[in-house]
Design a protein around this ligand. Structure first.
Ligand SMILES: [Zn+2]
Length: 414
């Protein structure tokens, strides 16, 4: 009915400009009038989701659509539009085929779907499309969307990422995240190849910093304790570098970390991120974590809440722009915090358990001595990547602890 009303409105408007559109619409409507639908709605295994089946058997074509119906109206509208678009394209395509040929061998379009619970209200939905126009023009394809059945959010998987290209290379995903071939199941992101075959997976916790905030907030990140093959717990240490990035010393630190295949966390200052975005990107691409250390290194306990928020938000935006990742871990300058600050930050601040005093001693030997003396499983070591002497201490520091069986991880992995 809605379509017919539109057509009448357009016809009476008398604008020549609309002539083409009107002709197009009439064709569609005529086709629809010809199509006789059998519709049926059944329950799905999931709460608040029904399955709608619509079938039409015409002399020249068959249509079979099966798609979910949700409680959320805007989500349903999205799906109706999606299905409608597929139908319109199909009918347009068969218009080009000889009618007699179609009478002998009807064309067909079928749409079926699979729902994959991602946790909470979020589902991945895989839509399989099978098209048969002629023997040469038969094909099947699949498309995936991620949806929130409560608030109606609907997105292609690539649209979940701040920057799908940067995320693909930093996470070494087996598929290009831009091509949307992934789904989320429980706490895992599963990657599919062109033939919809499983190519690998990653815990969503690893992927989380690369997700846009509105999507990241929809998932839960369960901790899993890593065990070695022998079943014993891995001894872990988190190296953290504050106040950078700084071209020379940060580069030197990155080279040492790479040499030892060690991961670390860089708590950056927003104003330096803005100055050295390529260096931030490099840090992320090499598998390290970026944390938020404020924009200008002011004591948060002496600032107004609004200013604390601005220091955090500006820095986060700069890191996202530079590297396609959110700095989820926050370390307030000087480790200075209180209840009010924590509330504004919204996460538990990451402090440290070992202070190397590198900013004071500027002595690689002294830095190493402190770490060697105090290191234990779960230590978080405070250093600063703005000092060349810290960079010089790192090789010996990492080698000696690796010899003792320590693994160097990011603060989110400790
Ligand atoms: Zn600092």
């Amino acid at each position: 009915m809605e379509k017919k009303k539109t057509i009448i409105a357009l016809l009476t408007s008398g604008f020549l400009l609309f002539a083409m559109v009107v002709v197009n619409l009439i064709v569609t409507v005529t086709d629809h009038n010809k199509t006789v639908w059998a519709t049926n709605t059944t329950k799905s295994p999931y709460e608040n989701i029904d399955i709608k089946t619509r079938q039409a058997k015409e002399k020249q074509y068959h249509l079979a659509f099966q798609y979910p119906v949700f409680k959320n109206a805007s989500l349903n509208k999205n799906f109706e539009q999606y299905v409608k678009g597929k139908e319109t394209d199909f009918l347009k395509e068969i218009k080009k085929i000889d009618e007699k040929k179609l009478m002998k061998e009807p064309a067909s379009l079928s749409l079926t779907f699979e729902l994959i619970p991602a946790g909470g209200d979020v589902y991945s939905i895989l839509i399989n499309e099978k098209t048969y126009v002629t023997a040469e023009k038969s094909r099947s394809s699949a498309e995936i969307f991620v949806i929130d059945i409560e608030d109606g959010a609907f997105a292609k998987p690539s649209a979940l990422f701040i920057d799908p290209d940067k995320a693909s290379s930093a996470l070494h995903t087996p598929v290009d995240l831009k091509s949307s071939t992934l789904f989320i199941q429980k706490n895992m992101v599963v990657f599919l190849n062109k033939h919809e075959k499983r190519e690998g997976s990653l815990p969503i916790k690893k992927v989380a910093p690369f997700l846009k905030k509105e999507w990241r907030d929809r998932f839960s990140f369960e901790e899993s304790e890593e065990k070695t093959a022998a079943g014993e717990k891995v001894k872990k240490i988190a190296l953290t570098f504050d106040d950078g990035p700084n071209p020379e010393s940060t580069e030197a630190i990155l080279a040492t970390l790479k040499k030892h295949q060690a991961k670390a966390t860089f708590f950056m200052l927003g104003n330096r991120v803005e100055r050295y975005p390529e260096l931030v990107d490099k840090i992320v691409q090499e598998g390290h974590e970026v944390g938020n250390h404020s924009w200008s290194h002011n004591d948060f306990t002496k600032l107004e809440s609004a200013d604390v928020k601005s220091e955090i938000d500006r820095t986060a935006a700069a890191v996202e722009a530079a590297a396609g990742v959110s700095p989820l871990a926050v370390r307030p300058p000087y480790g200075a915090t209180n209840e009010n600050v924590n509330e504004v930050i919204g996460v538990k601040p990451v402090l440290w358990t070992i202070d190397t005093m590198d900013w004071k001693s500027h002595d690689p030997k002294a830095i190493c001595a402190i770490v060697k003396k105090e290191a234990k499983d779960g230590s978080i070591i405070l250093m600063h990547d703005i000092h060349q002497t810290t960079a010089e201490a790192l090789d010996e520091l990492v080698s000696s602890l690796q010899k003792q069986g320590y693994e160097f991880v990011t603060v989110s992995d400790i």
